[in-house]
Design a protein around this ligand. Sequence first.
Ligand code: SF4
Length: 281
Amino acid sequence: MVDKQPFYRESLRADCSSCAGLCCTALAFSASIDFAYDKAAGKPCKNLQGDFRCGIHGELLRSGFKGCVAFECYGAGQQVTQQTFGGKDWISHPEIAQMMFSTLPVMIELHEMLWYLMEAREMPCPEPLGQELQRQFTEIKRLSGLAADDLIAVDTTALRNTIRPLLAQAGMQMQKASKKSKASKDFRGKELMGAELKGANLVNADFTGAYLIAANCRMANFSKANFLGADLRDADISGADLTDSLFLTQQQVNAAIGDSRTKLPEHINRPSHWAKGQRNF
Ligand code: SF4
């Protein structure tokens, strides 16, 4: 049975109010332009409050934590807190802390795969590809509901290796079905850091695994362009059209620079920091 898409997609978005500050504790961060200091895995961030809220939420960009603004757990935080551990938290129940922290990275990977598979399932794929996408979606959804002991044993690398070619095939089918252009530019894995793509016609382009860091993509047309695993940090997509781009994620968009003219797919939220004109992201 196909899940009601908008409803299920909502469960693949971070809901920090239903999480026990897991990404701010379980994950390790190195001092960089994304995070202001070195933080070890399993150690609470110094800005995390006792109520699991961020003490500098409104000042993250100014304070050198722009990676936190871009980060998206795909709803893994609330899944681990509310489902895997039944609403318990690691402060009230220190005996489960380590297991909670070990579970989070696995859940993030599973939920990210579910995000991609949800989109791929809607593409016009011939059989048996369509059935296989549905089968993988159902299986990963089942895995995400396992108990913590079983979850940490899931081989997410093997799952990714299975799913990646399926997503690539689905993306190609989608582009083939597009009537907008027969041309398709292949930028897979390309280094396009700082590239000048302003106003470019990039219909059907394939940016799978490409590095578009700080590229100037203002006013570009990305119709049916495939962004699977592309790095869009600081890419300027102001005024660009990404309405029906493929495999775009909230994290990619959060990390890019956009404005009120940027056209996004329906399932991607417009980052609030764009409205504040915080361009030096
Ligand atoms: S700075 Fe705030 S959002 Fe980032 S890890 Fe620390 S507490 Fe979490």
